[in-house]
Design a protein around this ligand. Sequence first.
Ligand code: SAM
Length: 444
Amino acid sequence: MTDIASLTLSETTHTNGHSHTNGANHTNGDCQTNGDLQEAFIDHRATSANTPELVPGLVDQVASLGKVASLQDHTDRATLLEAARSLVYALETPREAMIRYCWSQATLYATLETGVDLGLFAILSKDERPKSAAELAKATGANPVLLARILKHLCAMGVILETGPNEYRRTGISISLSLQRYNDAYPCMTNCITSGVLALPAQLKKDGYANPANGKDCAFQRGFRTDLHFFEFMKENPEAASQFNNHMSVYHQGRPSWMDVGFYDVPSLFANVAQDDVLLVDVGGSMGHDLSEFRRKWSNAPGRLVLQDLPDVVAQAKTGPLHPSIETMEHDFFTEQPIKGARAYYMHSVLHDWTDDNCRKILKGLVNAMKPGHSKVLINENVIPDTNAYWETTSLDIIMMADFASTERTEAHWHQLIGSAGLKITKIWNAQKGVESLIECELA
Ligand SMILES: C[S@@+](CC[C@H](N)C(=O)[O-])C[C@H]1O[C@@H](n2cnc3c(N)ncnc32)[C@H](O)[C@@H]1O
């Protein structure tokens, strides 16, 4: 406030030398009030680069990283992308940011989901040849005027590329959207996630800004007008459930995985595991994508791999690209764990769906099945750092808050939760920012 009140008029003037037209620069020569100055200052800031002092350093960073980065290397590419994104945030004006958040994101989403439903991306992306809006309208059955408008927005937002008037060609994004495992993310969010997130402000206000703690009475129920918990809702909405399961199977693709060499010490799991023993149980393992990946990457690993999830999910997993060596088992993790003494009980993005009380029930079920000195619990989840948290992780945390009344957890929170279930963390294995850690636990 002091800064604003002490501003001179020249500081509230646009860089082109023109004063604001909102009356801050009084024509009758009177001194401006603090309120006028404040408003003029805010107008000025709203239309100037967000953090101009950061721009030169970020330009240099992008330029130097850009010269050496290998786009095939995940870390190189992610570092360059983060610098470029920081540059955009520093450079864009608050007005531009407002329009990006308020206009472009929801409308991009709507046009993407419409394109998915029309099968637009599969048609556009089947080869390199540019296609006209009229040709795409004919192939999808959409009204040509409507589709031309949608295509223009998709192009303006970088989803497809323009090759001429009303003519477009595919990009990596549109190619990926031609496969259901990827494009199901869009209807999935509409059918079971986003309404909860949009209901969050009203729900938090109603609850006096308490941290959500009841998965049956949170923004999800308000947004989707239901009394059901998220996973009960899934049972009632099989199409949304199938889209959710597909989304689960791809959202982490292309990032380092705990089973990659150099992340976790995978061979340490193989000790004392005979061919008939259970090496890994993937508890809440969805489509079995993690176990399939494990079998691919560690084809000589001893022992059995068992996928557990709710009956509908196991049924869907059996129709997908599950490695034939993987055993499937219907299992509700709030009931007794039927596999005793496995080498490792593995859970990926499971505990973040649940409040601490429910997590303790899930973990205690595993504790009761573990063989002392042999069994481990491996938790593949985010560990929120004290500073510099990654936007994918914080986005997920807010989704967890809205739709599950649950949370992504800090290291201290993990220690406290796991300790309270009769386990201890032996080591937290990390790869890089924004990638889920592997939290290795044993009986306490
Ligand atoms: C966020 S998904 C994570 C799936 C998978 N582990 C992954 O990382 O892709 C949570 C999984 O927990 C499963 N789940 C929810 N409630 C369950 C229960 N009571 N018993 C077993 N699985 C459950 C869901 O069906 C879903 O597959």
